[in-house]
Design a binder for this molecule. Structure first.
Ligand code: G3H
Ligand code: 13P
Ligand code: NA
Ligand code: ZN
Length: 328
């Protein structure tokens, strides 16, 4: 059944687990996520970005979610808009059956310019009012995602903050977080502590200098009843990098967010953990392997099926590691 983010994260908080939010762009990813949730009896958050909506078409996505919910009636599914950039993207997501929307007011609508605090409060509060009229949940974001190593926002895929960012922008201020939640009435709060989107997060295994998990602990102390969200939470596993590079890929060595750090976050109020890159790596590695090994193969099902299986495996693992398994 479809449930809201608020319903799901309230249950997660009560029982002390976290929920991965997996990004979706197509049928294969949808089926892979649901197969994993079903296998381990877990609720799940499926999220679509503006880019996903443009790629798949809103009507296709809406019917796809209907189908997934119908195939797995016993699995609670929260359908969430990832990184909405204004009232229109949030409202049209709601019209298409999303039960939760993210209003990311940490950046202006161009997705590149860091916004000032009042802009973020104003637009997030407006989206909260609209969404809550219809029983839809809202995630806000305070602080800008980006690297504490380089001071840069996301860059590889053309979205994220442009220009150099200060430590103040890259780390959510705990006192401001208290004020933000009070003024915006968000159901969940995404915070910044040194993660960024994509595969190239850290140039080494992160320590407390470049992955500031202490910020989460500080915010949780001040806001013990607020559901926290970690973006850029792919772990970028070495084995997935190795598969891609063994079959013709050329990915430079990189590091993501260690699972044990996420688990530590879950002990301190993190309830939603956004993962896209790990699934992209899993699928691409599987596809590369088939295409490099069976060079006469041309049936898409022959590489999409292994890609789905690789994604299901990754999703199952995270559902188990975050304690989501067994809570459907
Ligand atoms: O925001 C980051 C998510 O990984 C979605 O990425 O905007 O390329 O669909 P995307
Ligand atoms: P990753 O790129 O680390 O998977 O992060 C995804 C994300 O935060 C989507 O909003
Ligand atoms: Na989101
Ligand atoms: Zn994100």
């Amino acid at each position: 059944a479809r449930i809201t983010l608020r319903q799901l994260l309230d249950h997660a908080a009560e029982h002390g687990y976290g929920v991965p939010a997996f990004n979706i762009n197509n049928m294969e990813q949808g089926l892979a996520i649901m197969a994993a949730a079903d296998a381990v009896d877990a609720p799940v958050i499926i999220q679509a970005s503006r880019g996903a909506r443009a790629y798949a078409n809103d009507i296709v996505l809406a019917r796809l979610i209907d189908a997934l919910v119908e195939i797995y009636p016993h699995i609670p599914v929260c359908m969430h808009l990832d990184h909405g950039n204004g009232e229109p993207t949030c409202v049209t997501a709601i019209q298409n059956g999303f039960t939760s929307v993210m209003m990311d007011g940490s950046l202006l609508a161009d997705g590149k310019t860091p916004a000032d605090y009042d802009y973020n409060v104003g637009i997030t509060r407006r989206v909260s009012d609209i969404a809550h009229w219809g029983g839809v949940s809202v995630e806000g974001e305070l602080g800008v995602l980006g690297s504490l190593e380089t001071g840069e926002g996301d860059k590889e895929d053309g979205h994220g903050a442009e220009g150099k960012l200060s430590h103040d922008q890259l780390l959510t201020d705990p006192d401001q977080a208290v004020d933000f939640v009070k003024k915006t009435k968000v159901d969940a709060l995404a915070i910044a502590m040194g993660t960024s989107h994509g595969a190239y997060k850290f140039s080494r295994k992160p320590d407390g200098e470049i992955l500031a998990m202490n910020v989460i602990e500080e915010i949780h102390k001040r806001l013990p009843n607020v559901h926290l969200v970690m973006h850029g939470s792919s772990s970028v596993p070495q084995d997935l990098q190795d598969i891609i590079n063994a079959y013709g890929g050329e990915m430079p060595q990189t590091w993501g967010v260690p699972v044990e750090e996420i688990v530590r976050g879950i002990r301190h109020g993190v309830r939603k953990v956004n993962i896209d890159t790990d699934n992209r790596l899993a699928m691409t590695g599987a596809i590369r392997k088939v295409l490099a090994t069976d060079k006469a193969e041309f049936d898409p099902r022959k590489y999409l099926k292994p890609a789905m299986e690789a994604m299901t495996k990754l999703c199952k693992l995270r559902l188990e590691q975050f304690g989501t398994a067994g809570n459907a």
